[in-house]
Design a protein around this ligand. Sequence first.
Ligand SMILES: *Cc1c(COP(=O)(O)O)cnc(C)c1O
Length: 391
Amino acid sequence: MKRGIHTTAIHTGMELEPRDVTPAIHMANTYLFESAEEAAHAFETEGQPIYTRWGNPTIEVLERKIAALEGAEKAVATASGMAAVSSALLAALQDDGPRHIVATTGLYSGTYHFVTKDLPRFGVQTTLAEATDPAAFETAIRPETRAIYLETPGNPTLALNDIAAIAQIAHTRGILTILDNTFATPVNQRPIDLGIDVVVHSATKFLGGHGDAMGGAVAGPAEFVTRVLKGPIRNFGGCISPFNAWLIARGMTTLPLRMERHNANSLRIAEWLHDHPGVAWVRYPWHPAHPQYELAQRQMPGGGGGVVVFELKGGVEAGARLLNRIRLCALTVSLGDVRTLITHPASTTHRSVPRETRIASGISDGLVRLAVGLEDVEDIIADLEQGIGNW
Ligand SMILES: *Cc1c(COP(=O)(O)O)cnc(C)c1O
């Protein structure tokens, strides 16, 4: 019988540890061989631990959980989300010849810089296609296009890519699709079921969920994931620490439970902000005011996620006042924590994105990003209310 999502999150990976109720933390860089023959054999086959950058039993527990929840054949865990993003793209672009990718607008800022600055330095061209328009992706495709890169909901605009429509366009042309599923998590959205080939994650966010360990993952067909491991992870070195893998795997046992609460708290807060007279606009995938509400209902059946964005009527100044007044919400970057975190992207995470590009991609000067935590929702609302004050 196919197991449910909570059971999968808790039990998957533990088949590697039949005698323990929690995984062991294998803080070892290398593993002993009993003979020269065994050492030689380990290098010829898969699966036997040799050296932690190439694989480790604790890391494998995490990889199995992520693969199971995403419905992927295989996953490889990485040092951070950016190690996952860059490794997946480097593996997709490893052949010789002219190379081009199409990426969505509204990318995470690290990804934006990687595809628009770093890749071009290695001779790879990037075209950005309007996130909400599948036809723009089709138009941007060239004969040398090797991959289409999506991120939905986008950070921090919460613009949605129509996953099934874009996957269809890519597949009729034999182009690989990669999707950053950090914001939705596999609890709310399963891109592989919608036709996507490869999913990447910043496990630093919801997967780990407690704001205490950085990590990432690439999940997809076994052949591609093995290419990521044997190429970029081994040779560029973005492997995860076994201790971080252990923390994230532990966090993942409650991922489906936490997401239910992130979803419920966020929807409630989006509704409250929507009705507040001092709020100019609010956007949340599961709130009817989101321009792609119907698409969100279709491709994010689990819920709208844990991020709400809004702008106060007083623009940048009112936003700054709110950030200086809040007490419960933590003024930080990042998201996907048990605590509620609040960010002003224009002055922090997106500071280095040119203003016109930022505004064109929907990140206005006064946009506030709220990464809703698991506190009692009335307490979060009370903090926002006193923070917004007399607007
Ligand atoms: C945070 C984030 C990343 C980068 O992850 P790190 O773990 O910080 O390297 C990539 N994509 C999205 C959508 C993110 O939110």
